[in-house]
Ligand binder design. Sequence first.
Ligand code: ADP
Length: 401
Amino acid sequence: MIVLLSLLAIGAAAGGLGWPSVLVAWLLLMAVVLARRPTIVNVEAPTAELPEPDVYDPLPTIAATLAAIDSPAFVLDAEVNVLAQNRAAERLFGVLPAGAHLTGRLRSPGILDMVRETVATGEPNQIEHSERLPSERVFIVRVAPVDYPGRDDPMRPVAGPLYLMVFRDISELRRIDRMRSDFVANASHELRTPLASLRGFIETLQGPAKGDPKAHDRFLGIMFDQATRMSRLVDDLLSLSRLELKAHIAPDQTIDLVPLIGHVRDALLPLAEDVGVEIVLHMPDTPVHVLGDRDELVQVFENLIENACKYGQEGKRVDVYVRHDAAKAVEVSVVDSGPGIPAEHVPRLTERFYRVSVADSRSKKGTGLGLAIVKHILTRHRARLIVKSEIDKGTEFTVRF
Ligand code: ADP
């Protein structure tokens, strides 16, 4: 603009306008142009404080995710303070105020050492931990750093390193493991006893009793009984494993319980006579239908009525009631007037090899597996076994379909 005005002024002067008037006009126009130009001013930076940049806090998101998990879980900071805990953790350890140190609830030195090691190394760790109260439980406790988004972003101030500690309940797995190994030990023990006795008798027959026909007869009789006991045991074990294989397949035949229980009574008559017991049936005149597997239901009622005859023989009578009500619920009860079962044994009767008295069961040709088989069959039939017993009065086993 300044150059343009200067050129115009030179042009005007050359064109014949007088020098003084051109100079005055040029000066005036220059003053106006310069006055309109923006001035560059050094402005001081404002002294008021800028608002804090947003602190990204991952805790609410992590806590909301934990709330959806049913294993106990905690979010910890590097000082092992609890920043968040989910419902499952509250149920197991009680509510901890936010920010409280973990030792407020968990004193286990193993867990604390593990968390400190993870804080120091940044590596996940896990240990096994058991809780005795309210009931014995075993957990795998794992702690790991939480790699939340923006954790390593230098431009983004974050809430510090966080650690996630989760409890995985393995009590049920442990119980099944223990049951499995107990079962193998029990089965081997049950087979070893008759086997040892068979070997003993064979050695005696080969040695000291070699030429003794009387001893032969007696020992062979005992050997036969022992071999029969072993095959009963193997049969029961095979029944159990077959039942386990089809535990999830519900039976679908329609069975009338009235003739079925009549058949079981007939089959057990010789045993009942042997022990001096009368089996009395109380059944409706109409059919009582259930969905079931015929052979398995025969096995259930054979086991229950046989037990009532064997263990309740002093009552001299076993009553079997078959009932069905308007709501179509079907119940079969086997009642004896024997010595009864002490209350502390009742909840364990259906465990494999559980017997109130081992000697009593063995003398009555028991394997300790009868009620375990009954329970397996009834589970497959979606039916329940209810046991009521009173000392010196007798026992009632009820199957409710
Ligand atoms: P077992 O082969 O020993 O008879 P079961 O599983 O059938 O095994 O029964 C387990 C135990 O339950 C028996 O050893 C016995 O002690 C007890 N029991 C079962 N039925 C009766 C009953 N009616 N009266 C008393 N005790 C019983």
